[in-house]
Write a protein of this length. Structure first.
Length: 179
């Protein structure tokens, strides 16, 4: 009975490791880039097996971007030095860092650059996870390459080795010598 439980537990662990769980990145602010979404929205960024989805808070609707349309993802860290009054009052603590994620998409009709403001120290991890999932999607949708070699017949065999393709024969114009 113990071995059966252990076997079931082991099988469950193996099958769970192959399943994809959606990744959520809370406290994200959509800044710009999507037609029809002119205002900044706070919400959650959700990465699934097939799409990157922004779920807005406050009952607003979000949007979805299929991973097949994403061409590049990058991040930037910008330092905002603060206002003069803040510098006088707070000194060195007046500046703050802001992190952004840029998602470039392309379809046959349009190209977009979506900008999201994210929590500090999270943008490199978000970019790495999205790029990893993009790589997995491109590997599964890439056409299969035929690696089998064509059968060698006497017509295309190399006379010296008996394999492969013989070098092209010289044309008559190349072999005729003029005096």
């Amino acid at each position: 009975m113990k071995s059966l439980r252990l076997l079931i537990l082991l099988f469950g662990a193996i099958s769970a490791s192959t399943a994809w769980a959606d990744l959520t990145f809370p406290e994200v602010q959509y800044v710009s880039g999507k037609p029809g979404f002119e205002k900044k929205l706070k919400g959650t960024l959700i990465l699934t097996e097939t799409e990157l989805r922004f779920a807005a808070k406050e009952g607003s609707t979000g949007f979805t971007v299929p991973l097949a349309e994403i061409k590049d993802v990058s991040n930037s860290i910008e330092t905002n030095p603060g206002s003069t009054g803040a510098k006088i009052a707070l000194g060195i603590f007046a500046s703050k860092k802001e992190e952004f994620i840029y998602v470039n998409t392309e379809t046959k009709d349009a190209a977009e650059a979506l900008i999201f403001k994210v929590k500090n120290k999270t943008s490199p991890a978000i970019v790495a996870k999205v790029k990893f999932q993009l790589k997995k999607v491109s590997e599964t949708t890439a056409p299969a390459v035929n690696t089998e070699s064509a059968p060698v017949s006497e017509a295309n065999a190399d006379p010296k080795t008996g394999t492969g393709t013989a070098p092209p024969a010289e044309s008559k114009s190349d072999s005729v010598m003029t005096k």
